[in-house]
Design a protein. Structure first.
Length: 103
């Protein structure tokens, strides 16, 4: 039985393809859909993606939201710091810079 779909092996039930989620979330952020991006990033963070943690932190960082002129989406600096710390612990050096900039 062929388990391939469009030339790619199917993923096991319940697995999370974090690269695909992060890629799609980045696209949504560029389009200004912060809420949609957050929905995609949560499971990627739960699966251990440092990149997802960094991007999700940015969606809560008030300074980042302001620089992107996002309206109608609340920032949460405490949540941003927590996610940045998680990203930093997983090897994203820029996350430390973002935490320092929030002080």
């Amino acid at each position: 039985m062929d388990v391939r779909q469009r030339g790619r092996a199917q993923e096991p039930f319940g697995s999370v393809n974090t690269e695909r989620l992060v890629s799609r979330a980045e696209s949504l952020v560029r389009q200004g859909d912060i809420s949609g991006a957050r929905l995609l990033l949560e499971p990627a963070v739960d699966a251990g993606s440092a990149q997802a943690a960094f991007l999700l932190a940015q969606t809560y960082d008030r300074a980042v939201l302001a620089s992107r002129r996002v309206r109608g989406i609340a920032g949460d600096d405490a949540k941003a710091r927590l996610l940045y710390a998680r990203a930093y612990q997983s090897g994203i050096v820029q996350a430390r810079e973002r935490v320092d900039a929030m002080r």
